[in-house]
Design a protein around this ligand. Sequence first.
Ligand SMILES: [Zn+2]
Length: 85
Amino acid sequence: IATPMHQLIARRQAEANKQHVRCQKCLEFGHWTYECTGKRKYLYGPSRTAELKKALKEKENRLLLLQQKLIKQCRKKVFENIHDL
Ligand SMILES: [Zn+2]
């Protein structure tokens, strides 16, 4: 028969064990994966992250160039229209 005292001891032991448990989701200690409230951590290497950042930066640069090109074209049109007046 599990007395309240036994239950308390069992609970304390479980809590103590939990301190050494590592969550497989957020990789923090002190809780189980199914108890996790944190965000999942992906173990990407730094090189992959850098590559992704580089690709994003190149995309941004391309968009910026396109934008500048469009602005130039617009200005040109405006000037042309002024000459027509
Ligand atoms: Zn977690």
